[in-house]
Design a protein. Structure first.
Ligand SMILES: [Zn+2]
Length: 469
C-alpha cells in the first residue's frame, strides 16, 4: 500500500497531487495540522544561532531533517540529469511544500519534492539527501528515458515562470550546478528545466502524450547560471514519442520550432489571459487545479476546479490573472514569529529616508526594496504592493518579504480599492487618486485620460486619512 502510494505521488508531484478519496473538510483540517506542525515543531526548533547563520547569502542551509517523516526515503538509481524548477510561490510556502508536501481542498502529497531550494536572495536550502530519490519531475521523459525522478537531482528556485529570476539566484545556482556537475560528471546538456522534461497524458487540447504539462522554469536563462545552450530540439518530439506544445517549443527551441509567424506569441512574461495566452499556456496541467486561482477583471476570484461549472473554459474573460499554488489556508495560519525570523531576507538594509519621487507610485527594483521605498511604513496597511502577477497586498498582510519580486509597484500612504458606482466615485475623483487600469498600469487621476469615464475593471486608491496603521 505504501509502495502504491509513493508511486502515485511520484506521478503527480508538487503541483497536482494524489487525489485522496476523503472529504474536503478532512483534508483541509489535515492540511491545517500539517502547516501548524511544520511551523511550530520544525521551525520553532531552530536555535537563534542557526537563524543567525542563515543570514549569510553564501551559506548552504541544511534543512534535511525537516523533511516529513511520511516521505519514504529510497536511494536513486542513477544521476544523469539536473532538473531546474520554479516553485511558483514564496520562500515559506515553497519550503513547506517541498519538505512536507502540498495540500489543497482535494489533494495532498508527502514531501521530499526537491534536493535544494534557492531563495530569492540566493540562500541555498538543502532539503533532501542528494543520494535520495525526490518526487519532483512527475510524469517525465527525456531522450527516450522516462521517470526522471530515478535519474535526476531537483532544484527549486523560489520564483515564477512568468517573472524574473534574481541575479543572486543565478549566482547561487551557478555555484551549485558547478559542484553537482563535478560530483556526477555531467555536462551542460544534462541541466534541463522541468518544462522541458514533463509530459502529459491526452487531454482536451492533445489527443496523444504531449509536452506542455509544466511551464516550470520556462524563463530560465541558462547563460546567467554559467551554462551553454540547451538542446536545439526536443528529442522525444523529434522521435515521435510525444506531441509538441507549439508555444512552449517556440520558447525552448526557437531554432527548430519553425517560423515564428506560425506559432502564437508565447506566454513567457505574462500570466494574464489574452487571445493567445490561454489557461493552458499559463498554467499547463494545473489549469484546473483547486489551488490555481483565476482573478477576473471584475475583482472576483474563481478556483481552477470551479471554472468549468461556473464560467466555462471558453468564456474566461481576457485580462483574467492566473495565480498558481495559492494556498487555501494561507490566511488562516498564524505564522510562528521565530520561524519567520529565520527566513527574513539576508541583507535587510538599514532604513534609509525615502527619496523624493516624481509621483506616488514607486517601483521595487534591484537595490530598491520595500524598506528603501517605504521606510518604517513598509509593513503598514496603507502601503500597498502591486505584484507583477496582478496580486494586490497591503503591507500588513505580507508574510513573505523574500518574495516581493522586482517590478512590484508600491503605493505609500493610500487606501483602497474604493467601491465605484457605474464607473464613478461618489463625490468625484480627487486629483491625487491613483487608478489601477487594465494591464497592471497605475496612474494618478490627473494624468489619466478620460478619468471621468473609468473602464469597468479600474480600481481607485486615494490618500489615506490620518496616519494609517
Ligand atoms: Zn517543476
Amino acid at each position: 500500500m505504501i509502495y502504491f502510494f509513493v508511486i502515485m505521488t511520484a506521478e503527480n508531484t508538487h503541483t497536482a497531487g494524489y487525489r485522496v478519496g476523503i472529504k474536503y473538510m478532512r483534508v483541509r483540517f489535515g492540511c491545517l495540522l500539517l502547516a501548524a506542525a511544520f511551523l511550530l515543531s520544525d521551525f520553532a526548533a531552530i536555535p537563534a544561532a542557526f537563524a543567525e547563520k542563515t543570514k549569510s547569502a553564501k551559506s548552504v542551509i541544511d534543512f534535511r531533517r525537516h523533511v516529513s517523516s511520511r516521505f519514504e526515503k529510497t536511494v536513486r538509481a542513477s544521476t544523469r540529469y539536473i532538473i531546474v524548477h520554479t516553485s511558483e510561490g514564496g520562500l515559506e510556502s515553497t519550503l513547506r511544500s517541498v519538505l512536507h508536501g502540498k495540500c489543497s481542498s482535494t489533494d495532498r502529497t508527502l514531501g521530499g519534492h526537491a534536493h535544494f531550494v534557492i531563495a530569492r536572495d540566493g540562500r541555498i536550502f538543502r532539503t533532501l539527501d542528494i543520494r535520495l530519490k525526490a518526487n519532483h519531475a512527475g510524469l517525465s521523459m527525456w531522450n527516450g528515458e522516462d521517470d526522471l525522478n530515478e535519474s535526476s537531482v531537483g532544484i527549486e528556485l523560489v520564483a515564477y515562470h512568468y517573472a524574473d529570476i534574481t541575479d543572486s539566484q543565478y549566482a547561487s545556482l551557478g555555484r551549485l550546478l558547478g559542484q553537482l556537475r563535478k560530483t556526477y560528471r555531467l555536462d551542460d546538456l544534462a541541466v534541463l528545466t522541468h518544462s522541458q522534461v514533463a509530459y502529459g497524458k491526452p487531454n482536451q487540447w492533445f489527443k496523444d502524450n504531449h509536452r506542455g504539462r509544466k511551464r516550470c522554469a520556462q524563463n530560465f536563462e541558462r547563460a546567467r547560471a554559467g551554462l551553454g545552450p540547451t538542446w536545439d530540439f526536443d528529442p522525444d518530439v523529434r522521435a515521435g514519442r510525444l506531441s509538441p506544445d507549439p508555444q512552449l517549443a517556440a520558447l525552448l527551441y526557437p531554432v527548430s520550432s519553425g517560423p515564428v509567424s506560425e506559432t502564437p506569441r508565447t506566454a513567457a512574461g505574462s500570466n494574464v489571459i489574452t487571445k493567445d495566452n490561454t489557461a493552458w499556456t499559463i498554467a499547463g496541467d494545473d489549469y484546473n487545479a483547486p489551488d490555481t486561482i483565476y482573478q477576473l477583471p471584475d475583482g472576483s476570484a474563481v478556483a481552477g476546479d470551479k471554472i468549468a461549472s461556473s464560467i466555462g473554459w471558453d468564456r474566461v474573460p481576457h485580462g483574467t490573472v492566473v495565480l498558481l499554488n495559492q494556498e487555501q489556508d494561507e490566511r488562516e495560519q498564524e505564522p510562528n514569529q521565530q520561524a519567520l525570523q529565520a527566513l527574513k531576507p539576508a541583507a535587510e538594509p538599514a532604513l534609509k529616508p525615502t527619496r523624493p519621487a516624481s509621483g506616488p507610485v514607486k517601483l521595487i527594483s534591484r537595490g530598491r526594496n520595500a524598506w528603501e521605498l517605504a521606510g518604517a511604513d513598509y509593513r503598514k496597511k496603507t502601503t500597498i504592493y502591486f505584484y507583477p502577477n496582478g496580486r494586490i497586498m497591503n503591507g500588513n498582510r505580507i508574510r513573505d518579504w523574500d518574495d516581493i519580486p522586482r517590478g512590484t509597484k508600491v503605493l505609500i500612504g493610500y487606501s483602497g480599492p474604493l467601491r465605484l458606482r457605474g464607473g464613478k466615485l461618489k463625490g468625484g475623483l480627487p486629483d491625487d487618486a491613483v487608478l489601477l487600469l487594465p494591464g497592471n498600469r497605475l496612474v494618478t487621476a490627473n494624468n489619466a485620460k478620460n478619468a471621468g469615464r473609468l473602464p469597468k475593471s479600474a480600481r481607485v486608491f486615494v490618500p489615506a486619512k490620518g496616519v494609517g496603521g
